[in-house]
Design a protein around this ligand. Structure first.
Ligand code: XMP
Length: 513
């Protein structure tokens, strides 16, 4: 069996980063809550175990603990709270302080081996974020690094493969953190770096074939990365048994439908049914201003249209493909109490899940977004699809900030396309997580030649982010913004003013709605 790392989540905001760093080193990893039993962990057969950080003190009433029996299952690395927990259950001395060590810290490696294999005498920068600290390592443990604020920055057992660091090797602020994680994986766990897009595709193709047998399968394509990659992967597995359905809601970006048809039908040879439902959507949306209402109408209309199209595919269809990703299914640990298992429901078009009779195939449910992109590339999907910015299910309806009409949609489509084209030409598209235009329900006065104009204001949004949960506004070079603005105002009749959104998330959201 391939190597795999079990990450136990004690509630740190960085836990997903640990999983990603491990996978970037080509070792498969999964995140699980601390409620997993020792026997469950043993059966999972981890090559190594990582205990994440977390906001608790080991002395808190409801602090999540760990059974020391897990240290007998596989080599273990404790990070931050994970380290304090190790010290606590192994008989070390964790001191509760009101003083936090937070931010960059200089760490002196005392032993250039194990986790610190390849390190020298010079201090290394590491990101700390902890309140309590370890005053004394448990008996039988050796201190392997120290920092100014914290004499015990790392320790290891003198003979067993148990290691810990007080700082966060998974964050970018610890520049040599990747080496530390690699050392854990390859020096200590002797893991194989075999988690690659190619290997994933091969395994998944076999799994899908076995599960589906001779049944027919449908997949709703949205034009986005996730459903595209899911469809291409399932097609690789079962070819002609798959039919994709693409609903043209009339709320799509410029040329989106043609692009999907070109890629899937012409390029990949996938059976594709396109449904032209623009009229239906626009009729239902007429006069509706409230964004939640818009979302509901779009969701329900989508299900109706999709079900009808699915019925036409045949009555022997058993499975529906969905592009659910790993961040949507991780059972994250909630350190502040409340339900310990929170599964985020995907707010994708229509919530097809609950309402339809099909069995689900979710071939990407173990992957992070960047991995999905790599799998897509490996499957031969063009860069214009795999590197595409995310696009919300309800489409441009939530970017027209008032009632939706065909006229407004066309205006927004043209402006949005010009905006993205300018970003591409400036070579900035891949630096930005998501960029789009919004049509504001505001008109303002302008002057064109000798004429007074009274036209729409267009809002531009561009953000950087890693997962869409938090985001910062993108700092465009001013001359690029200036060029975009004059291009849009000169070329798009109906817009005479452009504004740029400089709000971060939180407190704003990415979409305006
Ligand atoms: P917000 O606006 O909540 O958006 O900051 C976070 C990310 O989610 C996208 N988004 C959606 N994606 N269906 C989707 O598939 C939706 O209904 C939806 N609403 C927002 C948004 O574009 C951003 O990437």
């Amino acid at each position: 069996m391939s190597s795999r790392i079990l990450i136990i989540d004690f509630g740190s905001q960085f836990t997903q980063l640990i999983a990603r760093r491990v996978r970037e080193a080509r070792v498969y990893s999964e995140i699980h809550p601390p409620t997993r039993s020792v026997s469950w962990i043993r059966e999972w057969k981890p090559t190594g175990i990582i205990l994440s950080g977390g906001p608790n003190s080991v002395y808190d009433d409801n602090a999540p603990l760990a059974d020391p029996a897990i240290f007998d299952i596989a080599p273990t690395l404790g990070i931050c709270y994970g380290m304090q927990l190790m010290a606590h259950v192994l008989g070390g001395d964790v001191i509760r302080t009101n003083r936090r060590e937070y931010g960059r810290s200089q760490v002196h490696v005392l032993e250039p081996a194990g986790l610190f294999y390849g390190f020298g005498d010079e201090p290394v920068t590491a990101w700390m974020s902890h309140g309590d600290h370890i005053e004394q390592a448990p008996k039988g443990y050796v201190v392997t690094a120290e920092s100014n604020g914290n004499p015990i920055a790392a320790f290891r057992h003198e003979s067993r493969p148990i290691f810990a660091v007080q700082f966060h090797p998974e964050v970018a602020h610890t520049p040599r953190g990747r080496e530390i994680i690699s050392n854990f994986l390859f020096e200590i766990c002797k893991a194989e770096p075999s988690w690659t897009p190619g290997a994933f595709i091969e395994e998944e193709v076999t799994r899908i074939r076995e599960r589906v047998g001779k049944s027919r399968v449908i997949c709703g394509l949205s034009g986005g990365v996730d459903s595209s990659v899911a469809a291409a992967l399932v097609h690789r597995a079962i070819g002609e048994q798959l039919t994709c359905i693409f609903v043209d809601t009339g709320l799509l970006r410029l040329h989106e439908r043609e692009q999907v048809e070109r890629t899937f039908r012409a390029h990949l040879g996938i059976k594709l049914v396109t449904v032209d439902a623009e009229k239906q959507f626009l009729e239902k949306l007429a006069g509706v201003e409230d964004p939640e209402k818009k979302r509901k109408i779009i969701g329900h209309t989508f299900i109706d249209v999709f079900e009808e199209a699915a019925a036409h595919v045949g009555d022997d269809v058993d499975y529906l493909v969905q592009g659910t990703l790993y961040p949507d299914v991780i059972e994250s640990f909630s350190p502040r109490g409340g339900p310990s298992v929170t599964i985020k429901t995907h707010h994708n078009v229509g919530g097809l899940k609950e309402e339809m009779k099909f069995k689900l195939i979710e071939p990407l449910r173990e992957l992070f977004k960047d991995e999905v992109r790599n799998v897509g590339r490996e499957l031969g999907l063009p860069e214009e699809i795999v590197a595409r910015h995310p696009f919300p299910g309800p489409g441009l309806a939530i970017r027209v900030l008032s009632d939706v009409t065909k006229e407004k949609l066309d205006l927004l489509r043209a402006a949005d396309s010009l905006y993205l084209e300018s970003i591409r030409e400036a070579g900035l598209y891949d630096e930005i997580w998501q960029a789009f235009a919004v049509l504001l329900p505001v008109r303002s006065v302008g002057v064109m030649g000798d004429e007074r104009t009274y036209e729409y204001v267009l809002g531009l949004r561009a953000v950087t982010s890693t997962d869409g949960m938090t985001a910062d506004w993108y700092h465009f070079p001013h001359e690029v913004l200036g060029r975009i603005s004059s291009r849009i105002i000169n070329q798009i009749k109906g817009i005479n003013r452009v504004v740029y959104d400089v709000s971060s998330k939180p407190p704003a959201t990415i979409e305006w709605e």
